[in-house]
Ligand binder design. Structure first.
Ligand code: SF4
Length: 436
């Protein structure tokens, strides 16, 4: 669990994005620091209205780089439009889309939603923590000290909570936990496939997103689990299986419960059964024992499996963990490896979104975006932005048919279509926003 400092510049929608980031961080067990000097991560949510603003953003980023002992993350409009300027100014920052910031701050650790908190309904999204704890002892992780070994409530209890969320208006249920793949291990049974089937059997129009499941946890059930995805339309065809490294030696030093081949087998099971799906995975770069060849192995694995969503985290030490006692790599090496992998990530993810252009999908409107846009999710949980929502009478919770017309590396833009007219794509007006 990390402490964070966040600064926001610019318009109301940027402030809204910062609130979203903070909410995700607090949900993940992180807490605000007193200031940048005390923060494990300092976040600058930037604006780029005029040239003077850009200069101010660069100046403030450089100051934060100096002030914080932790990592610096730059997000927001300037980061997305002119991210290279921060690098050119010599500022040591991760440049990320708003949606990528919470995963980056997690630093490879699992989120800390726990089932002893009541399920949360946030707009049309219901958060359903199904179990507390994990079955691992990752050497870099501080979360496990707070959460302990997995403790799984019975299936019926979780199904009842899901039913209550649907009755309360949830259109998307997010099944979460430190490691959803080990749900039920403590009671001697691997119950995740049955739980997902039972949640999908609840009457109602809603979708279900499975949260982080470590490759080691789901490996023993990967065929059964992939079958559950193939037969349940309510399940987003999306898995988040953090591999963390393409090197078995580094995985052993991280004390991860999987090796690269197990991860490949999990991916292959889903690839065999699903056409349009999303593999989300995480890589930690610059782990203390990672050498150049280990890093190359991670790069090769990324090129090979080509995930549609990738979180790249530069390793940082968490107090009290075994990895914190290892002799670390220099900041320059970590920075270089992070930059190389982030560049490849943008290429790989961009290709996935490029392939969606011209395709048609049924999407769920999950939340409001910036300006008059809405954020939607397609059946593979890819983000699709639809603009001019109020003119079109689109509300959060609606289900739309859209054609993807363009993309912006980590999300797509879609235009509503009339299913009765295969040629229809309503044009967006000229004052459309350019990003979600
Ligand atoms: S699986 Fe590993 S990273 Fe996740 S909570 Fe457990 S020990 Fe931490």
């Amino acid at each position: 669990m990390a402490t964070y400092h966040i600064e926001t510049y610019g318009c109301t929608s940027n402030r809204g994005e910062s609130r979203e980031i903070e909410r995700a961080l607090r949900d993940g067990g992180h807490r605000p620091a007193d200031g940048p000097a005390d923060a494990d991560v300092a976040i600058l949510n930037s604006c780029t209205v005029v040239e003077k603003t850009e200069r101010n953003m660069l100046r403030r980023a450089a100051e934060l780089d100096e002030e914080t002992a932790g990592d610096l993350v730059v997000t927001g409009c300037m980061a997305l439009a002119q991210g290279e300027e921060f690098r050119e100014a010599g500022i040591d920052a991760e440049v990320l889309h708003w949606d990528e910031v919470p995963a980056h701050v997690l630093n490879g650790e699992c989120p800390t939603h726990t089932p002893d908190t009541e399920p949360i309904l946030d707009g049309v999204v219901g958060i359903l923590p199904i179990a507390r704890g994990c079955m691992s002892n990752c050497s870099y992780c501080i979360t496990k000290f707070a959460t302990g070994r997995v403790d799984s409530p019975p299936i019926e209890e979780n199904v009842e909570k899901a039913r209550a969320l649907v009755h309360a208006g949830a259109k998307e249920i997010r099944v979460t936990g430190q490691d959803t793949g080990v749900y039920g291990w403590d009671t001697g049974d691997r119950k995740l496939p049955e739980l997902l089937d039972r949640i999908c059997d609840i009457d109602g129009e809603f979708r279900v997103r499975l949260g982080m499941a470590n490759p080691g946890g789901i490996h023993g059930i990967h065929d059964e689990l992939a079958d559950v995805f193939a037969r349940n339309e309510k399940l987003y065809d999306f898995i988040h299986a953090p591999v963390q490294s393409g090197s078995d030696d580094v995985l052993a030093d991280m004390r991860r419960q999987h090796r690269v081949e197990k991860f490949r087998e999990v991916v292959a099971a889903f690839e065999d059964r699903l056409d349009h799906w999303t593999l989300s995975t995480d890589f930690i770069v610059g782990f203390p024992t990672e050498d150049d060849e280990d890093h190359e192995r991670s790069m090769r694995l990324l090129r090979e499996v080509r995930p549609e969503k990738i979180n790249v985290t530069r390793f940082s030490k968490r107090p009290g963990t075994d990895a914190a006692d290892m002799k670390g790599l220099g900041g320059t090496i970590k920075k270089e490896r992070s930059k190389t992998m982030s560049t490849l990530k943008m290429e790989v993810v961009g290709e996935a979104y490029e392939a969606m252009v011209g395709e048609r999908y049924e999407v769920l409107v999950v939340e409001e975006g910036t300006g008059d846009s809405v954020k939607c999710r397609d059946p593979a949980y890819r983000q699709v932005i639809v603009r001019n929502a109020s003119d079109r009478g689109i509300d959060v919770g609606d289900v739309l048919n859209v054609e993807v017309t363009s993309h912006n590396t980590v999300y797509a833009f879609g235009e509503p279509i009339d299913e009765a007219d295969p040629a229809s794509v309503e044009p967006a007006s000229v004052d459309s926003v350019s990003s979600p």
